[in-house]
Design a protein around this ligand. Structure first.
Ligand code: GLU
Length: 500
């Protein structure tokens, strides 16, 4: 196959809107966009919605929203008429919001090409019924042959086909597939070869207004001047079909790069579900993963940089990423690694950036009014956050007095009576301390003399339990700092009444 010689890089992500934007789709989009950015090229979004039953507007909108959330936006939109009636392409940089290309807006174009192939006798109407096709398949399999279409309708004369159509007969349009080797050079997989003799004549449209995927793709990749098709390995078997169609239409195809499959840890395909694990990007968003973490994680699904460094921003990736370093072997999706990246990017956020990310989706609505307190709590627990969704449970103790058993208030070999005495002492100290002094270092200084008399553990252990309700929590003074005076005294009183 002669590959297109084109200097300008133009790539596309071409989803069928039949489901939510998933992890594999996000990786394909990312690799396309990085490649475009590296070559000062253009990245296009093309919605392949010719399958009327399965395509849904809701999915189209969700795909675009998830792409935007990840920062993977497209650069160009369809031709629109200007004031003089001339058509121009819309580009993100100089226009407002605009839609993606959509195949159902382009049916006239496909129809023109279908008619051309029919008139040139490179394509023909096929009237075989499902039952006839099934019978053909069975008889071929019985003879040990591969089950392909046997070409029955190739010989139906044009006028007879026209008469049958006019009479209301149902038919699909097939393209004649030559019995030749169909070879191409994949930028990732190297030489790939298929045998046209094993393909049979392909259905390219259900009618003039209902083109099928492989046909529309070839026409659009040509019309949109796509230079490189970067897509998942599951499409590799479509490439020879697209070669046959391109040949018939006298079109030169773009270069191809088929990305490795994404695998579950047991090396099964991750295309659907891994047990309870979702593959939809929106579910990762809902669980509190950050776009930066997902991008960083996704780029390593099948690509590895030269050194050991694995933490990259999108901008750094534009400089580093290279298609030839993409591996052929399947890439395992390791959720622990995603969690690690997420925790890393959470820690890098400032407290107020995190506040914006947490409110309102990841907090209890009752906490929303007190940003000052939320900021203190964020500072205290951000080191331990792997996902934004964990915030609610980790932060709860700052907003509601937690329940705990009285025994927890007694440190090691100490006694309830001793603990009671200590709480009474702390209560007196803190009650006397003005509200403005409720800051970690001041609090520490105020309580330290008591620690020196009674012992650190004997004071700080029960204090931590009384203010947090648990033994594993940030230090007591940090908690008190976030709680403020009134709430702290209230919690000490709860502890005192438990011990009495
Ligand atoms: N519409 C195809 C899909 O959703 C795209 C295939 C391609 O990139 O050529 O998988």
């Amino acid at each position: 196959m002669v590959a297109k010689k084109q200097t300008e890089v133009r790539v596309r992500y071409a989803p069928s809107p039949t489901g939510y934007f998933h992890i594999g789709a996000a990786r394909t989009t990312l690799f396309n966009l990085l490649f475009a950015r590296q070559h000062q090229g253009t990245f296009i979004l093309r919605i392949e919605d010719t399958d009327k039953e399965r395509s849904k507007k809701e999915y189209e909108a969700e795909i675009i929203a998830s792409m935007r959330w990840l920062g993977l936006d497209y650069d160009e939109g369809p031709l629109l008429p200007d004031q003089n009636g001339a058509t121009t392409l819309l580009a993100k940089a100089d226009k407002g919001d605009f839609g993606p290309y959509r195949q159902t807006d382009r049916l006239d174009l496909y129809e023109t090409h279908l008619k051309k192939l029919l008139s040139e006798k490179k394509a023909y109407y096929c009237f075989c019924s499902q039952e006839e096709l099934e019978a053909q398949r069975q008889s071929m399999t019985a003879q040990g042959m591969s089950a392909i279409y046997n070409g029955t309708c190739r010989s139906v004369p044009t006028n007879e086909a026209a008469a049958r159509l006019a009479g209301g007969a149902t038919a699909v349009i097939r393209i004649k597939v030559p019995s030749v080797k169909l070879a191409f050079k994949d930028l990732i997989r190297g030489d790939v070869e298929f045998d046209g003799a094993l393909m049979g004549d392909l259905v390219i449209a259900k009618s003039l207004r209902e083109p099928l995927y492989n046909f529309a793709v070839v026409i659009d990749d040509e019309a949109m001047k796509i230079s490189h098709v970067i897509r998942g390995e599951e499409h590799i078997a479509n490439t020879p079909k697209q070669m046959v169609i391109a040949e018939a239409l006298n079109i030169t195809l773009p270069l191809f790069a088929h990305l490795p499959l994404i695998l579950n840890t047991d090396r099964s395909k991750m295309s659907k579900r891994d047990g309870e694990r979702s593959v939809a990007v929106r579910d990762y968003r809902g669980a509190g993963y950050l776009p930066e973490a997902i991008i960083n994680f996704l780029v390593l699904l099948g690509w590895h940089p030269e050194g050991d460094e694995e933490v990259f921003t999108f901008e750094q990736l534009v400089g580093k990423f290279d298609l030839p370093r993409v591996q052929k072997a399947g890439a395992v999706f390791n959720i622990e690694k995603l969690d690690w990246f997420n925790a890393y990017y959470i820690k890098k956020k400032s407290d107020s950036e995190l506040l914006d990310l947490l409110v309102p989706d990841f907090i209890d609505p009752a906490w929303a009014g007190d940003s000052g307190k939320l900021l203190k709590v964020i500072a205290l627990i951000k080191e331990r956050l792997k996902k934004l969704s964990e915030f609610k449970s980790l932060a709860a103790l700052f907003f509601t007095v937690p329940g705990y058993p009285k025994e927890l208030l007694v440190w090691k070999k100490s006694t309830a009576a001793a603990a009671l005495e200590i709480f009474t002492g702390i209560h007196t100290i803190l009650e006397a301390l003005p509200e403005v002094e409720f800051q970690k270092s001041r609090l520490e200084a105020a309580v330290m003399p008591l620690c020196e008399v009674k012992g650190r553990g004997d004071v700080l252990w029960p204090l931590r339990v009384a203010v947090s309700g648990s033994q594993a929590s940030p230090g007591p003074f940090e908690i008190i700092d976030a709680l403020g005076k009134t709430e702290t005294l209230r919690r000490l009183e709860v502890a005192i009444s438990k011990l009495k």
